[in-house]
Design a binder for this molecule. Structure first.
Ligand SMILES: Cc1cc2nc3c(=O)[nH]c(=O)nc-3n(C[C@H](O)[C@H](O)[C@H](O)COP(=O)(O)OP(=O)(O)OC[C@H]3O[C@@H](n4cnc5c(N)ncnc54)[C@H](O)[C@@H]3O)c2cc1C
Length: 375
């Protein structure tokens, strides 16, 4: 049966959910204020298999999330929408010692048994390394992981929202809120007045607390500022070089045709602040010059700033909002949200249609983070 569904938030989670819902024939309205959107700020790396994190449920979400990209891109292509937002370009892991590189190599080999998408794994040196990434300097050896990918979050959501409208969905650049009606159902408060929906998806990222608190909920989600720098050189090489993941905080993402992204900061104390801050980005650039000195001649075309959502134990969650029948939410995707986000959006779309979620919701329990305490 065709349902009338509202999706609040048009980042990676909301735009994927809205695409699959509209494609399934539902009447979808997406509301997105766009302010501070993490997805639009992120030029992200999809390479979750090397993490030291031991949380198995989190690992399942990010590794299946990375694999889900194949389905998402194939579905978009079958709907006539090809996108260059995603490229499986491989990843080069740099370390301060040979022991570190060996340790990550061994972990990748072990995890490849369960996740063949990891692809070719090899420690590269000298001419082998030069061949795979000629401009790379001051690196003796690196670990190559063939399945690593990069995605431009802003471009991908643009395509997903375009696909949503192709199936009859509507996109509203508006900030909306929710109200509990006397009959116990929810209404979306739009500038034109309250509107009822058969189901509501809250894909509001770091702003989930602001939506649910007025309804009497506490939400264990905080904002974290992330900044990255977009650089442009005159180099017109179209090559899809691997992304570079040095040990430490920053990553370097070559996008071809002279565009390189350096990111990203993780600023807990700055929360929802959206001001570019050179005292944070300049040291990131200095570090990047170590490996790609030619970037010293690049022009900074943009500093992207976005707000990531974190829970107090760094775990993402999704599912039905406790106490509300037809309202579903996800948040807390943290710094791996471009990796898990499309899959989570798909799972929310399943739930909103009254289906079972393909991944067990009890492994990512919303009730741990979203609690009804009353007004
Ligand atoms: C600089 C940076 C680099 C990153 N790099 C990576 C990476 O390399 N790999 C990786 O996997 N992940 C990365 N991430 C993390 C990833 O981008 C996020 O986890 C993910 O995009 C979150 O998606 P989301 O849809 O949950 O939230 P968002 O993308 O934040 O979307 C939420 C949307 O909801 C809107 N909204 C909120 N409240 C309302 C309301 N009341 N009404 C209407 N709209 C509303 C917001 O304005 C926003 O547009 C990075 C993030 C940043 C900031």
């Amino acid at each position: 049966m065709k349902k009338k569904i509202a999706v609040i938030g048009g980042g990676i989670v909301g735009s994927t959910a809205s695409y699959y819902l509209a494609k399934a024939g539902h009447s979808v309205s997406v509301f997105d204020s766009g302010t501070g959107q993490a997805t639009a700020a992120a030029a992200g790396i999809i390479c979750p298999w090397l993490s030291r994190r031991r949380n198995k449920k989190w690992y399942r979400l990010v590794s299946e999330g990375a694999a889900f990209y194949d389905k998402l891109l194939a579905d978009l292509a079958s709907d006539g929408l090809k996108t260059a937002a995603y490229a499986r370009c491989g990843a080069l892991i740099l370390g301060q010692s040979a022991d570190y590189i060996q340790e990550v190599h061994d972990r990748a080999m072990e995890r490849r048994e369960q996740a063949p998408l990891i692809g070719n794994v090899a420690i590269l040196k000298g001419t082998e390394l030069k061949k795979i990434f000629p401009p790379l300097s001051n690196v003796e050896q690196a670990l190559y992981v063939g399945g690593g990918a990069r995605v431009d979050g802003r471009e991908l959501t643009k395509t997903l929202l375009q696909a949503t409208t192709q199936f009859g969905g509507t996109i509203h650049k508006e900030t909306v809120s929710l109200a509990n009606d006397n009959d116990g159902t929810l209404a979306v408060l739009m500038p034109v007045g309250p509107q009822k929906f058969d189901a509501i998806i809250l894909a509001a990222g770091a702003w989930l607390p602001q939506i649910l608190q007025p309804l009497g909920y506490t939400v264990d989600v905080r904002g974290q500022k992330g900044q990255l720098v977009v650089l442009q050189t005159e180099d017109n090489d179209p090559q899809n070089y691997p992304v570079i993941m040095p040990q430490g905080e920053i990553d370097l993402l070559p996008f071809g045709h002279g565009k390189t992204v350096i990111g990203a900061s993780h600023e807990n104390d700055k929360g929802y602040d959206l001001q570019p801050d050179a005292s944070v980005t300049d040291p990131m650039l200095e570090q990047a010059y170590t490996w790609l000195p030619q970037l010293k001649d690049a022009v900074t075309t943009e500093i992207r700033v976005g707000t990531r959502a974190y829970t107090s134990d760094f775990s993402p969650f999704f599912g039905r909002v406790p106490g509300l029948q037809n309202c579903f939410a996800a948040s807390g995707l943290g710094s791996s949200g471009l990796t898990s986000g499309p899959l989570i959006g798909y799972l929310l779309a399943e739930l909103a249609q009254g289906k079972e979620s393909s991944l067990p919701t009890e492994d990512y329990p919303i009730a741990t983070y979203v609690k009804l305490v009353g007004r």
